[in-house]
Each structure stands twice: as structure tokens, then as C-alpha cells.
Design a protein around this ligand. Structure first.
Ligand code: DGY
Length: 322
């Protein structure tokens, strides 16, 4: 009997590929780069199922090309690259990888928070360029962390984990909720307070962004949001770049409207807004939130299990279709 054909748009950890090979012939984009659109559409036409990444646009045009597609698995928890309604209309299951990268991404948000508040990257550069002249009482003063107010925008899995990790630092926690529902874990464990976006902006010393990218959250952080933040506050983003208007952020960082930012994601990856990389009060990472061995491996095996279920006509473990 002919085996199913599965195409993977970027090389993923071998554990996921091994699992898929038990049921399918697997082809992988050999380049360590996003698949050009015409090639993605060509491969979509040839395969029974596909694993793709956040740079692949899975929309009506893709589904038009994908005549035999029995399912698509995103190698990411975020799925703003997929038109889920279009998939559902065509009865094609689509999935993501929630849960397995929660800790890694929250840890990355903390790494950014510490780095920007304590000027870790800026001062590392000074050491490496041999510009340090010796200890001084007024040198490189950063922001305090313990006891400061942490604002979580989007208290889902990762936002909740980020907040729970603040326990050792006695930080009052504020959070927003798009559904208006309270977060039991945060309220019970941290006495966290559900507040409006505006109140969170005004009261937080650190704001960590964990909301998905949707038409509502796009450019949620713009000039008017920055103007409500404390001048001493820091913004951390490990979610999706377009939730921040990056040009407005550069302006806010240049003018001192906010103290600093720690970013893992950008509006037009891999590009950054002009001026961002020249600023000392920003720490910039290349979208590595989930980049730990266990997270990336578990993402691969989860995506593979989802594809196997789809090929069997079963509902995948982490199905996105309603
Ligand atoms: C995700 O999973 O959405 C991250 O951005 C990449 O792992």
C-alpha cells in the first residue's frame, strides 16, 4: 500500500521526523530558510499532510493548491499565520503546539526582564570593547526588580507561568483578560488583580506581553499606550511583534517616555524598525522564546502525533478547528 506523503517546511528535531516515518514518507525542505511561496504551494499540492512554521502563510491560496491535504500542523503555539476559518470551511484539521513551550518562553521573558533592567547586554558590550574604566558609584544604574509591580497582558498559559515565576521577587501582579474572566491560579497563588488595560499601563513597573496576535491586539502598544506607562517602566515582548507598533516604540525609547524594552519578536521579522538596534535601553533577541532542547523536541513530537491522527481521520490532540 502506498505510504502517505508528509512535507515539513523546515528541519525540525529528529524525534518528530522518526515518529512520522512510521506512517509516512517524509520530505523536508533542505534549506535552513523559509520555503519560497511558489515552492510551498507546489509541495502543498503533492502531499497528504504538512508541518509548517510561523513564517508559512496557511490561507485560502494555500488550501486551493493543497488538493489532497488531510491536515496541517503548525510547529508553534501561535497560529496567526493560519486562516483557521478557511481550514474549517474546507474541513481540513489544523493544529498547534500548546503547553510544551510554556516554561521556555516564560523563562525567556524573565531573561529579557533582568537583562534590560540591569543593563546586562549594554554593559557586556562595554566590557568587550575595553571601555570600562573601573568601578564607579554612579555607573550603569538600572531598575529595581524585587517588590516592583508586574503587569501581565494576556494571562493565558505563558502569561500565567511568567507571573507565577515572580514568586521569589514579591512582585504585586496585575493582569488583563480579553474574556474578562479571572485567572484562578494567579488570584489564589499571587493575589493578582484583574485590571483594565489602561490601569495596567499606568500602574506597572514591568509589563510582559503574552497576548496572541489578532486584529484586536495588533498595535495594542502604540504611542497612546506608551504615554500612559510610567517613565521608569519596562516592556517585555515574547509574544508576537505586531502587537507593538515598533516605530512608536523606538520613539518612546528614544525620548525616555519608557525606561526600556526587552524584545524577542518584531513587527516584520527578521527586520527591525529603523533606530531600534542603535538604542542601549533595549535588549533584542532573535525569536528564541521556545528554543530549548526539550521544548523544540516536544514541539516536533506533538506536531508529528497531530499529523498521524489527521492522516487516520482522527481529531488531533491540539486541534484548532472549533
Ligand atoms: C510559537 O510557538 O508561537 C513561537 O513563537 C515559536 O516557537
Amino acid at each position: 500500500m502506498a505510504k502517505f506523503k508528509v512535507f515539513i517546511t523546515r528541519r525540525i528535531p529528529q524525534e518528530g521526523i522518526d515518529l512520522l516515518e512510521t506512517v509516512a514518507d517524509v520530505e523536508i525542505n533542505p534549506e535552513d530558510a523559509p520555503l519560497p511561496r511558489p515552492l510551498l504551494l507546489e509541495k502543498a499540492a503533492e502531499c497528504d499532510a504538512m508541518i509548517g512554521v510561523l513564517t508559512d502563510r496557511i490561507n485560502g491560496e494555500f488550501f486551493d493548491a493543497a488538493k489532497n491535504l488531510k491536515g496541517y500542523a503548525n510547529y508553534a503555539v501561535g497560529y496567526d499565520n493560519i486562516d483557521v476559518n478557511e481550514a474549517t470551511r474546507r474541513q481540513i484539521p489544523v493544529s498547534n503546539t500548546p503547553g510544551v513551550l510554556t516554561t521556555a518562553t516564560a523563562e525567556c521573558a524573565w531573561a529579557l526582564l533582568f537583562s534590560v533592567a540591569r543593563r546586562v547586554v549594554e554593559t557586556d558590550h562595554i566590557m568587550r570593547s575595553d571601555k570600562w574604566t573601573g568601578w564607579g558609584p554612579l555607573q550603569f544604574i538600572g531598575g529595581d526588580i524585587k517588590g516592583k509591580t508586574l503587569g501581565i497582558v494576556g494571562a493565558g498559559r505563558i502569561g500565567t507561568e511568567m507571573a507565577l515565576m515572580s514568586r521569589g521577587f514579591d512582585m504585586p501582579v496585575l493582569y488583563t483578560s480579553s474574556s474578562g474572566r479571572t485567572n484562578g491560579a494567579l488570584e489564589a497563588e499571587l493575589n493578582a488583580e484583574l485590571v483594565s488595560f489602561e490601569e495596567l499601563l499606568k500602574r506597572s513597573d514591568f509589563i510582559s506581553l503574552h497576548a496572541p496576535l489578532t486584529p484586536t491586539t495588533k498595535h495594542m502598544f502604540d504611542e497612546s499606550a506608551f504615554s500612559l506607562m510610567k517613565k521608569t517602566a519596562y516592556l517585555i515582548n515574547t509574544a508576537r511583534g505586531p502587537v507593538i507598533n515598533e516605530a512608536d516604540l523606538v520613539q518612546a525609547l528614544q525620548s525616555g517616555e519608557i525606561a526600556g524594552a526587552g524584545l524577542d519578536v518584531y513587527e516584520n521579522e527578521p527586520a527591525m524598525a529603523p533606530g531600534l538596534a542603535e538604542l542601549d535601553n533595549v535588549v533584542i533577541l532573535p525569536h528564541i522564546g521556545s528554543a530549548t532542547k526539550s521544548s523544540r523536541t516536544n514541539m516536533a513530537t506533538m506536531a508529528a502525533r497531530n499529523i498521524i491522527a489527521m492522516l487516520k481521520g482522527e481529531t488531533p490532540e491540539t486541534c484548532l478547528n472549533p
